[in-house]
Every structure is written in structure tokens, then in C-alpha cells.
Design a protein around this ligand. Sequence first.
Ligand code: 13P
Length: 260
Amino acid sequence: MLIAGNWKMNTDLPDGTALAENIAAGIDDADVDFSAVDFAVCPPSVHLQALNEALDGSPVALGAQDVHAEEEGAFTSDVSASMLTSVGCTHVILGHSERRQYYDETDADVNAKAHQAHAHKLVPIICVGEMLDQRKAGDATSVVQAQLEGALEGLSVDSADELVIAYEPVWAIGTGESATPAQAQDMHAVIRDDLADRYGADVAAGIPIVYGGSMKPWNAEELLSEDDVDGGLIGSASLEAESFLGIAEEAVGVLEGAAG
Ligand code: 13P
């Protein structure tokens, strides 16, 4: 189970550092055994270096929210893959719907960035998800399949730890209205099938397919209980250590239930 926080453009450096420290301390001090949970936080890029230090020795992986597809050069404001790895990043979110919506990022862009991430041994967390009108028109599945087709073209994945897919229905992001567990499971199963066709059933079975969109401590259990929901990519509830770890506690409960 992967519990990842996408902080988006939130927190200044002191607040972000405190949040990371609180998360690390919360994992350390908890009565709950979090060892079966993989954690990641994806703060704003200006925080990465400080958080690499703040999270040193903790089980929390560090991720960025985007990367440029080129190695280096005249791309004002952009951040390269080697910059990210040099400050301790192991993951990078790609193709978030906010990048697609506000910066016209295309599947081809996401694909180029995914190749670049892999070239630098960064695990891409590739976001897919339909808009509300697409769901209402009955097109949700084909939209997500097309996004996968575009984003994963030519990307070789030999083991399950080289890729994460985040299903984030756009209508559920920041709205307080998450997908139902059944809606999430249905789409995650579609994604799993797609990955199995590309990478084989064994690899696909282990690739984390996480859900994002208004995941909170109170709805996490039912979402995470679904067979193909392997964790969460959490926005606003990741901005407080208590709610972020509250979701992780639900993940532990689900894992223990499944094992027991
Ligand atoms: P919220 O959890 O705030 O809905 O955001 C989800 C998201 O976009 C994570 O990438």
C-alpha cells in the first residue's frame, strides 16, 4: 500500500519542513505498525533539499510534482531529473490533471517525461482520470485508456517498482466528493488489465494503482479495501500530519483485515 501526499503549491519552507518532521515523528511514535505502508511526500520543488534532510532516516520517500523531459538547458523555471535525484527524490508525479488543465500538458508530454524519469531511475507516478462531462457521457474508461496509451508508449517496465499509476477522476479532486469504492475499483481494474497487456500479469499485479480525489481518513477504509486500490495520492488531507497518517492507519487496518 502506497500512501503519497501531493502538497501542490502549499506550505512555505518552515511549514513544509515542520509538516515533514511531524509525519516522520508520527510514524516513529505511533502505536500502529506502519511497516507495511510505503510513504511518499511530494512537496513544492523549493522544499526538496530541506525535506531530504528532514526525512533522513524516516521511511518517507521524497517525490517531486513534475520534471522536464530534457536533460538541461534554456527552460526557464523548469526542473530537471538530475536536479531531482541530486536532492534525494525517488518519485515524480507526472500528468496531474492540474498540469493538463492549466498548462495544456498532453499525453505525449507525459510520455516524454516518463522516459526521462526512467532514464534517471525516478519512479513516475502517472496520473490519469476523466472529467465529469466525460464520465457523464459514458467515456470515462476510454479516456483513461487513451491516457495510458499515450503516457506509457514505449516505456519498458520490467518490475513493479518502476511505475505507479494514480487514478484521479478530475471531478473528485478538491471537491470533497470522492469516487465511490465501486467506481474506483472498476477503473483500477481497467488500468490493471491495461498494464497486464503491456507488462505481463505478474508485473502488473504488483504495480501500485493508487486512488486520488478527496481521499480522507473517513472514506479511506472503504476505498482502500477494494482489490485493485493499492493506496492513495492525497491532496488536501496530506497537508496535516494527523489526517495523512490517519489515512495510513486505515491502510494498515485494511492490510491487517486482508491478512487476518
Ligand atoms: P484532494 O485530495 O485535495 O482532492 O487532491 C487529490 C489530488 O489531486 C492528489 O494529486
